[in-house]
Design a protein. Structure first.
Length: 396
């Protein structure tokens, strides 16, 4: 395996890039059984048996790795304590560490570096793990990602964007630096010495979720649009909301970062009803989601930038690196002081079974990372009749 990292390159040097999921089961699972299932599940996903290398040119690749460093352990820490402890410990993707799993009294916790995949990828790993745990046969799944060549032809950017990327790349050549994993270690150390994050969880029961869905349907909007409107209804300023979007062109169930994203800016109009505002938010979302070019704009444009310039954006955000062009581009692309007001990933109904033999998944909690271009991050997932919403922010 030798796969060039291009559209997902912005995840390589982000200092807060770990996706977390907690799976609550009806039955207790022994560590021995969990470890056997974990090791088997890891062996069945190509990306988890790779590692990342950065070449002297600045290009980065996934390559085969005979000694993956993915791990599972027992813990007595709470979910928030686990996140607090692990988000500041860099995942050694250069050694093949993409997933850390934990067996706790609250359930099974899975933490994955974004280069291991997106939110759906982690769900698919959990599905493989649960099948292995219950003794089911599992298939081998190849690595899949969204490189520039994988994006729809109709998503090709206007020539203006190509000119802009060429201009930035040309200016970057005068200050260009090829960053190493030592730089990333130092950036982690500097960034996390006086920072921490916190999470706030809300659980919607069957009746509460049913009421939300009914209200959204009566307003003629999606549940995501309804929830966004509720989040911004007490604000006076226009809010910049980013939404992660599944970019899988063929509905594959492989692990790999296959997410794209859109953003919507909207100022809640207090002269209108909540439902009218929700419809306006929904229409703004649909306009971009139904436009292939808008849907893949972020991936297309970021794919055109010099790989090391993309690395610099995160290191500028972390306060580790400074340069005139890197700082300018970071500000323009939302990696500076002005980041997305709200970032939402709604996995909707978990796209995996909830029953595996005698084992039943009662609930899943999904906590996305507070990435460099966001400050209020929400992870939403529905399991059976229960929806959980996790808000992840930096502590004051």
């Amino acid at each position: 395996m030798r796969y060039r990292i291009d559209t997902e390159r912005v995840d390589l040097f982000d200092v807060n890039i770990v996706i977390t999921m907690r799976v609550s089961l009806d039955n207790k699972v022994s560590f021995e059984d969990a470890k056997r299932a974990f090791d088997k599940a890891v062996s069945l996903h190509k990306v988890l048996n790779s590692k990342v290398v950065i070449e002297d040119s600045g290009e980065a690749f996934y390559v085969d790795n005979d000694e993956p460093q993915n791990s599972i352990a027992v813990t007595d820490l709470s979910l928030e304590e686990l996140i607090l402890e692990n988000e500041r410990k860099r995942f050694k993707v250069d050694k093949g560490e993409f997933i850390r799993a934990f067996v706790s009294s609250d359930g099974l916790v899975f933490m994955m570096h974004h280069l291991g995949g997106d939110g759906k990828s982690l769900l698919y790993f959990i599905e493989t793990f649960m099948k292995c745990l219950s003794g089911e046969e599992c298939e081998y799944l190849p690595f899949r990602s969204l490189g520039l060549s994988d994006l729809p032809k109709e998503s090709k950017l206007p020539f203006y964007y190509e000119l802009l990327s060429r201009s930035w790349n040309k200016k970057w050549q005068k200050e260009k630096k090829v960053f190493s994993f030592v730089d990333l270690d130092n950036a982690y150390s500097d960034f996390w010495k006086d920072r921490s994050t916190k999470i706030k969880l809300k659980r919607y029961s069957k009746d509460e979720l049913g009421s939300l869905v009914k209200n959204a349907k009566n307003a003629g909007v999606s549940l995501t649009a309804y929830l966004i409107t509720n989040l911004i209804k007490d604000t006076d300023a226009a809010m910049d909301v980013g939404l992660a979007v599944d970019g899988r062109p063929d509905g594959n169930r492989s692990m790999g970062n296959q997410a794209t994203g859109i953003s919507v800016k909207y100022r809640y109009d207090k002269r209108k009803s909540f439902e009218d505002n929700a419809r306006a938010v929904f229409m703004a979302m649909r306009k971009k989601l139904d436009d292939t070019r808008a849907r893949y704009l972020v991936l297309q444009f970021m794919g055109l930038l010099d790989p090391t310039l993309k690395d610099s954006l995160n290191l500028v955000h972390a306060g580790y690196f400074e340069s005139k062009i890197a700082s300018k581009v970071a500000d323009l692309l939302g990696y500076g002081d002005k980041v997305k007001d709200i970032s939402i990933t709604n996995l909707t109904r978990a796209d995996i079974p909830i029953d595996y033999g005698d084992l039943h998944i009662r609930e899943i909690v999904f906590v996305p990372p507070v990435v460099s271009y966001a400050k209020n991050v929400f992870g939403i997932v529905t399991t059976g009749d229960v929806m959980t919403v996790a808000r992840h922010i930096y502590s004051a």
